[in-house]
Design a protein around this ligand. Structure first.
Ligand SMILES: CSC[C@H]1O[C@H](OP(=O)(O)O)[C@H](O)[C@@H]1O
Length: 368
């Protein structure tokens, strides 16, 4: 995506180092830092420590991890058991986003039939690059399929922008291009439709305030950062026309795992009769699950992410400050699950559907 006139992606393959590089998103929006993922441990660290985050981007990073394992081994002791072990280490980096296992397993299954180490390295790289381009195209299509939603609302509004609320960052920084939840926003804005985005700050790591605000600002899209707790109030007062969020894992029945706090937004949207849509590529459906609340693994992260907050000090230096008393424990549940009954519909690369198994399968009949 365009960042100050320069086309950027959150992940790319560097032909010189022959390794994947990423934007280390931990210091955005104030510092744009790049990281070379030149070992399996570096890939795992980038996922665990959230240099990269967002289901499709985590999946692409995991996919490249299989390539890195092969490329960096140079054939020493990389028998099938070893490569499968390394793949499991990568998959264990974070539990909730289904894309991680999807990306790793897709590359693993691609390379296993190859006899030589060299052909395995080539196949792993080609499949990783294919995943990156497919996800970019899928998000572009999500944008086109979500556009009609925003156009319909725009036509009914007598004046003012279409006000869209989003939670966390489901932008190009969470995918490859366009994003999932943001794809319809970019597409509508680029078509000249007047939109404004309410950006949930999204505690504790502030993916909204840091990443979504940065993305939208760079694209020139009007937006306002709000506290996570303000969404219900502005919905009650007619200030929200549409909610669009992303997801890390969605069941075949339409239950949606997403950043903590999403469920509360869905409840408020339902109570105020506001459309609540979830945007996702098919790689984020978990076709093996039906009961999201009981069966989707919810990541718990370091309480330090809650007790400390990062930002710029008065000298423009990045710093971190502690908020609660040092003696106070904190509990850091990173995701929650919104039941299908609270979801108005899904926006996928194949089109829109209702949050029901039958409607999802009408877009993906091969999954019946
Ligand atoms: C397009 S997936 C984005 C999804 O991922 C985020 O979680 P995290 O930043 O912890 O990886 C959040 O749930 C977003 O909706």
């Amino acid at each position: 995506m365009n960042v100050d006139g320069k086309q950027m992606r959150p992940i790319w393959f560097d032909a010189e180092s022959k390794t994947p590089w990423v934007i280390d998103q931990r210091k955005l929006p104030h510092r744009l830092i790049k990281a070379n993922l030149d070992s399996v441990d570096a890939v795992i660290e980038a996922i665990q420590e959230m240099f990269v985050r967002g289901a499709p981007l985590i999946g692409a990073t995991g996919a490249f991890g299989v390539y890195v394992a092969l490329f960096k081994s140079n054939g020493k002791g990389m028998n099938n058991d070893h490569i499968i072990h390394e793949c499991q280490r990568i998959k264990d980096a974070r539990p909730t986003a289904v894309n991680l296992a999807w990306g790793v397993d897709r590359v693993l299954q691609t390379i296993l039939p190859h006899e030589t180490h060299g052909t395995r390295i080539t196949a792993a790289l080609e499949e990783s690059l294919a995943i990156v381009e497919e996800e970019a195209e899928n998000c572009k299509r999500i944008g086109l399929h979500g556009l009609s939603l925003i156009e319909e609302i725009s036509r009914t509004k007598k004046n003012g922008p279409v006000n869209i609320l989003t939670h966390c960052n489901a932008g190009w920084l969470a995918t490859v291009e366009y994003g999932t939840a943001t794809a319809p926003m970019y597409t509508a804005f680029d078509k000249g439709i007047d939109i404004h985005v309410w950006v949930d700050e999204t505690r504790p790591l502030n993916q909204g305030a840091r990443l979504t605000a940065w993305e939208l600002g760079k694209h020139g899209i009007a937006h306002t950062v709000i506290t996570d707790n303000a969404g219900g109030h502005i919905m009650q007062h007619g200030m929200v026309d549409l909610v669009i969020v992303g997801t890390d894992r969605t069941t075949r029945t339409g239950d949606v795992a997403n950043k903590i706090g999403t469920y509360l937004k869905a409840l408020a949207a339902k109570d105020n009769n506001i459309p609540f849509y979830v945007a996702l590529p098919s790689s984020t459906f978990d076709w093996t699950l039906r009961d999201g609340i009981n069966d989707i693994p919810i990541e718990t992260r370091d309480p330090h992410e809650i007790t400390h907050i990062q930002g710029l000090d008065k000298n423009g230096e990045l710093t971190s400050v502690m908020v609660p008393p040092a003696s106070s424990p904190a509990a850091n549940h990173a995701f929650d699950v919104t039941p299908a009954r609270l979801v108005s519909g899904f926006i996928t690369e194949r089109g829109r559907c209702d949050a029901s198994e039958a409607s999802i399968l009408s877009l993906f009949p091969e999954r019946t």
